[in-house]
Design a protein around this ligand. Structure first.
Ligand code: BES
Ligand code: MN
Ligand code: ZN
Length: 489
């Protein structure tokens, strides 16, 4: 797994500033004087930094953005990055400033002069999640990130406020590592093993094998995996930090370790990106990890369906009819519309076994959601305005794009099948909505439910504000916040 950047919080001290080697970052605001430590650096550099702050280039920066001065005379440091960030700033600008520092790989020591900045922990969080890189398969000479030291006024206080954020970052990294892994490494076996390893953290993890899934009647899920050498699995992760008798919130994830499309084979171009088709399951896993690490005071169960969608002599065919655990039959029009088949059974299982207080499923479900919303927003579908609005608010606070799309009977009618209770695919029109509509058939009438279609947000072709290219970890932050704000205490 990837090696995250190590951040220490140290007492701000003046003595060694001009002798600091490597990189330095300072925060400035044209309207306010430089901080005492930054002023000391500025004097040693003959006013280079105060001139930079007064420049037109600095005035053009948005909050959180920065500019860099290389090899400043009078200092031992190789570069000083000046970020535009006032002392009174919101969480997102502070994280953005951190992320701007973290976006450039630095193998030399980095010192961040954050003395007295009230959002030091948030700056460090932004730096850490943007600095993530997945380089484990490169055999070149790339040096890892050097040590990062934050100079702050009250190290213990900052470290205390950074602890829950470190738990969150670790969840995000876990999600990204899972999603970035190639499918020859992250088989259903390996995925289940990495989840089982979280027992150490106090999660209760069960792995349901094919025999058990067969007994439960999960033929919709099993049909998807039957062309693969990797057996299908359902993994149940329980975090019990709340009252004994309190019903859990259920998080459900699509875990298609690789999606070739099956017999309805996908085109070759871009198929390699389908290593991310377990993104929903990876996100659920990252949230569960964060909840365990920060010992959340609530009950949450994470359930993921792990399968591989392969073409094979035993693979499911277009035209097959399968029976779901619920009992409804499904005509498989297109074997590439497999995610909904997996989720149908996992959603039903979650309700039958746990009677949860609400369900949120995550899935890289449709290409159509990318057509509709691009990579900026996940598609949000829900039967419950209160829960949905709470989620949208949490997503906004975490700067994770989310946009609600409609459900309705007319869309549901499009699922009508020639031979079975429903069909799994009904053409290009409203493709994300009909997929959500399919899932809703497996949600009981009074069950508050959100479906998140993360096909566009789970993965980025180039770096974003808070992640490098590849897996973004979208949703871990928003879900963690939703749980914290709405389901704890
Ligand atoms: N995993 C794909 C959706 C997807 C596409 C995720 C692009 C990420 C990027 C899903 O299983 C799929 O193939 N969906 C089909 C559904 C169609 C056959 C009804 C699609 O979107 O084309
Ligand atoms: Mn597919
Ligand atoms: Zn898929």
């Amino acid at each position: 797994m990837s090696q995250p950047v190590q951040i220490r919080f140290e007492e701000a001290q003046e003595a060694d500033l001009t002798a600091l080697t490597g990189q330095i970052a300072i925060f400035a605001d044209a309207a306010a004087p430089l901080s005492p430590l930054a002023r000391k650096l500025d004097r040693a550099a003959k006013g280079a930094f105060s001139r930079a702050v007064a420049s037109d280039a600095f005035a053009k920066l948005k909050p959180g953005e920065g500019l860099e001065l290389a090899f400043p005379a009078g200092l031992a440091a190789d570069a000083v990055q000046i970020l535009r960030l006032p002392k009174r700033t919101d969480t997102q600008a502070a994280r953005k400033a951190g992320a701007v520092i973290g976006a450039a790989h630095r193998s030399q020591p980095l010192t961040v002069l954050a003395e007295g900045h009230p959002k030091s922990a948030e700056i460090a969080f932004g730096l850490a999640i943007r600095a993530y890189e997945f380089e484990i398969y490169r055999s070149g000479e790339k040096k890892p990130w050097g040590p990062v030291a934050f100079r702050v006024t009250k190290p213990e206080e900052v470290a205390a406020s950074a602890a829950p954020l470190a738990a969150l970052a670790e969840g995000v990294f876990f999600t990204r590592d899972l999603i970035n892994e190639p499918a020859n490494v992250l088989t259903t076996f390996e995925f289940a093993a990495r989840l089982a390893a979280m027992q150490e953290l106090g999660l209760d993890v069960e792995i349901l094998e094919e025999e058990e899934l067969e007994r439960l009647g999960m033929r919709a899920l099993l049909g998807v995996g039957q062309g693969s050498e990797s057996p299908s699995k359902v993994v149940v992760m329980q975090w019990r930090g709340g009252a004994k008798d309190e019903a859990p919130l259920a998080l459900i994830g699509k875990g298609v370790c690789f999606d070739t499309g099956g017999i309805s084979l996908k085109p070759a171009a871009g198929m390699e990106d389908m290593v991310m088709d377990m993104g929903g399951a990876g996100t659920v896993a990252g949230v569960m990890r964060t909840l365990a690490l920060r010992k959340a005071k609530t009950n949450v169960v994470g359930i993921v369906g792990l399968v591989e969608n392969m073409p094979d002599g035993r693979a499911q065919r277009p035209g097959d009819v399968v029976k779901s655990m619920k009992g409804d039959t499904i005509e498989v029009i297109n074997t590439d519309a497999e995610g909904r088949l997996v989720l149908a059974d996992v959603l039903w299982y979650a309700q039958e076994r746990f009677s949860p207080r609400g369900m949120i499923d995550l899935a890289t479900l449709t290409g159509a959601v990318i057509v509709a919303l691009g990579n900026e927003n996940a598609g949000v579908f829900s039967n419950d305005d209160t829960l949905c609005n709470a989620f949208l608010k949490a997503a906004e606070a975490e700067a994770e794009g989310a946009w609600r799309l409609p459900l309705g009977d007319a869309y549901d009618a499009m699922l009508k099948s020639r031979v079975a209770d429903m069909r799994n695919s009904c053409g290009r029109e409203a493709g994300s909505i009909t997929a959500a509509q399919f899932l809703q058939r497996f949600v009981k009438a009074d069950m508050p439910w959100i479906h998140l279609d993360i096909a566009g947000t789970a993965w980025a072709k180039s770096g974003t504000a808070f992640s490098p290219k590849g897996a973004t970890g979208w949703g871990v932050r928003a879900l963690n916040r939703l749980i914290q704000d709405r389901f704890e205490g």
